[in-house]
Design a protein around this ligand. Structure first.
Ligand code: PLP
Length: 309
């Protein structure tokens, strides 16, 4: 398996868990099997990372979590408690930089789908581990994305804008991609338009214009996507939110994805799993100048808006 495809190299890093306020190693971090997060994916979550030891854009992450919780009628702990427990876990980990996953489930109760069967209000778990980032070689090589046969959930079914624990749609697409030897997958909507990656948002560049699918197609409003659009406009680039089919990616000068852990990662080849399964290079098959420029602009944003404060 390619490094990065399944994250095999991440198995050996020390993990610290906060289960309902108790700090424990993963082997002691247990939740009851009747927890609705475990049984049904009835939960919300966020992944944040630190820069300079402090969580980046925590306000935006918590707002997104609150929006998701609100849409599925899940009660969250008070914001001050989420922030406090996150900080406590980060401090206890002693990591110079951390990855943190905040998970809140609807708690446990009798078997049955009915949400009112949950007896408590919620269960919060925070998982912290040292930050493991893609290597510079990976940025220099770019990644290969497969256009999956599995389509993104319709916003009228399970809205992809919700960051819930229910990730099977994305897992199925990733299985296809890994099976085809690609690093990750891009999902189309039911009408065949590009939506997002399994854990990233998608951008392409055509004649100098940066294009990304509009949120209304059904996708997560990535925090990194928001920052990338902001910094791209500050760089004087034209950014358009427009729906396109996957052929636009194949014809683009550049394709890249954005996410908390990858920031701005060039996509240098595509595999179309629904049609001929041929591998097509993006542009000349090398990371393009705009993706590289936006990665630098993103770093500048982090330095000025986050590290300098
Ligand atoms: N889309 C999906 C489905 C995701 O799961 C993620 C992140 O996990 C993203 C996009 C990127 O979001 P962010 O930039 O907030 O990490």
């Amino acid at each position: 398996m390619r490094p990065g495809a399944g994250g095999w190299y991440q198995r050996f890093v020390p993990v610290l868990c906060n289960v309902e306020g108790k700090l424990v190693p993963p082997e002691q971090a247990l939740v009851p099997v009747l927890d609705r997060g475990f049984l049904y994916g009835d939960s919300v979550y966020e992944v944040v990372r630190t820069y300079g030891g402090r969580p980046f854009e925590l306000e935006r992450h918590l707002l997104r979590m609150e929006r998701t919780a609100d849409r599925i009628g899940l009660t969250l702990p008070p914001r001050s408690r989420i922030e406090g427990e996150l900080q406590r876990t980060l401090d206890a980990s002693g990591n110079p930089e951390s990855y943190a996953r905040i998970v809140v489930t609807r708690g446990e109760g009798q078997f049955g789908l009915a949400p009112q069967l949950a007896t408590g209000l919620f269960r919060m778990v925070i998982i912290v581990r040292p930050l493991v980032l893609p290597s510079e070689e990976q940025y220099a090589r770019g990644i290969q994305m497969a256009i999956a046969k599995t389509r993104r959930n319709s916003p009228l079914a399970l809205d992809p804008a919700l960051k819930t624990g229910n990730y099977l749609n994305n897992i199925l697409a990733l299985r296809e991609a890994v099976g085809a030897g690609a690093d990750d997958a891009i999902l189309l909507d039911l009408s065949g338009r590009v939506t997002e990656g399994t854990t990233s948002n998608v951008f392409f560049v055509q004649r100098g214009v940066v294009v990304t699918p509009p949120l209304a197609l059904g996708m997560l409003e990535g925090i990194t996507r928001g920052v990338v659009i902001e910094v791209a406009r500050e760089e004087g680039l034209l950014v358009r939110e427009e729906p396109h089919g996957p052929e636009a990616l194949a014809a683009a000068d550049e394709v890249f994805v954005s996410s908390t852990l990858r920031e701005v990662m060039p996509v240098t080849s595509l595999v179309f799993l629904e049609s001929d399964e041929r591998t097509r290079p993006v542009g000349d098959g090398k990371p393009g100048p705009i993706a590289q420029r936006l990665r630098k602009a993103f770093a500048k944003y982090v330095a000025e808006k986050h590290l300098a404060r």
